[in-house]
Each structure stands twice: as C-alpha cells, then as structure tokens.
Design a protein around this ligand. Structure first.
Ligand code: ZN
Length: 240
C-alpha cells in the first residue's frame, strides 16, 4: 500500500491542488490527512470540500477545532486569531460539524496519526526536539506515527535514545520507533516555500518527503482580496 500523507493544508487551495496533482504521479492507493485543513489562508470551504471528497482518514488540528467552535482563542498569535474569526464566518454548519467530529488520533493498519502529540493530543503541544518527543514515544504503541502541527519536516527515531533529523528519505528499520512530521502543504516553515507532503510505502518501509512548487502569487492574491493580514501573504513566500 502506498499512502500520500498530507498535513497543515491551512486553506491553501493552490498548494493542495499542486500536491494532489503530484500524488497522482506517485501510484498512491490511499490518502491520509493529519489536520489543520483550515486557517491562515483564504480557501477554507474549497479545501474542506476536496478533503471530504477524498474520503480519507482525517484527524483534528487546533485550527480545525477553533474554527468549528466558539471557544476562546488560547495561545493564538493575533494574526492567526484574525483568520480563525474570518474562517468561522465562511464555514457552514455542516462543514463545522465535520470538523467537530474529527478524532484526535487514528490508527491505520500498523501505524498511527496525530496532529500534535500522542500524550495529550488535545493540548496541542509542539514537538521540535528530543525532549518534547519523549512523552509522545511513551504513548506510541505502533512503530510508526506521523504528525504535523509544527510545519517542519523533522523525523524522530528511537532506539536506546532519541535522535532527531531533517530528512528527505527514510528507510524504516525493525525494532525502532519513528515519530515523523510530514511538513505542511499550505504554510511550510522550514525556509522552503514549496508545499510539502510524504509518500509512505508500507511494503517497502520507505518514507519520501516531496516538495511541490505551486502558484504562490495566486494564493497570496486571494489572502489580500479576502482582507486577511498582509503578513500572512508575505510569510508564504518566506516559508516561515
Ligand atoms: Zn498548522
């Protein structure tokens, strides 16, 4: 089975379409979405429709949670908060209910997915280093778990200790645990503005990170047209 694993689309329709076009060249047999379909960019309705039509396993991200509830925005940068309020006005009740119903974690055959961390997925903790990955591994029952949330494609590998590295290709070894961030489709933050996603080949035990150029100017223009903060258009280009 070959999976395309996508995360943090953040309502960037141009990036999502480019990623799905690329995936069509990769003999993909299944799609998996690790959350944050909405927020930051200006096509929440369109991106939700595409993800729902893919009929894939989806887990909930923090933006999915806040855009589909009336909860007070805790831990949100003012820029992100502006977009949450805007997105709440765009989504209809059916879309909001779909987001509300998403689980925090899911198991697909022999691996797990979570937006943030397995130890307290509803607390939306960020995993950037070995220390932060340790609590997750305590709760990780499968040898492989994919995550998102940081928008940085880092892989954590646990043998006796935990090692962290940026990656392009990973060959999974038996007896180890892996906690792998698949990067972000719609707002990469590793300094590379191309959309990121992962192809996981279950049979070959390989994970390939793919970077896909897309119509950045189109995505930026729509942010401006919607009256969303200019800073959100600028950061897309910087990949930060
Ligand atoms: Zn995100």
């Amino acid at each position: 089975m070959r999976y395309a694993v996508i995360s943090d689309i953040h309502a960037n329709l141009h990036a999502l379409q480019a990623v799905l076009d690329d995936a069509r060249t990769q003999n993909i047999e299944g799609y998996i979405c690790i959350g944050d379909i909405v927020g930051y960019n200006a096509y929440p309705v369109e991106c939700l429709r595409i993800i729902r039509e893919l009929n894939c396993t989806v887990v909930k991200g923090n933006h999915d949670h806040y855009c589909s509830s009336e909860d007070e925005l805790i831990g949100f940068h003012p820029l992100a908060a502006d977009v949450v309020h805007w997105t709440r006005d765009q989504l209809n009740e059916d879309d909001k209910q779909f987001l509300r119903d998403l689980p925090y974690t899911a198991r697909i055959k022999t691996f797990t997915i979570v937006h943030s961390t397995l130890d307290m997925p509803e607390k939306w903790g960020y995993v950037f280093d070995e220390l932060e990955a340790e609590a997750n591994f305590t709760y990780q029952r499968t040898s492989l778990c994919f995550f998102g949330h940081t928008h940085v494609p880092l892989a954590f590998e646990k043998t006796m200790d935990i090692r962290c590295h940026l990656y392009e290709n990973i060959k999974l070894s038996l007896g180890r645990k892996y906690f792998v961030n698949v990067g972000s489709v719609g707002q990469p933050r590793d300094g590379n503005h191309d959309a990121a996603y992962v192809v996981y080949d279950m049979k070959k035990s390989t994970i390939d990170l793919r970077r896909v150029p897309y119509d950045l100017a189109g995505a930026q223009q729509r942010i401006r047209d919607a009256g969303l903060p200019e800073r959100l258009a600028a950061r897309l280009e910087q990949g930060r």
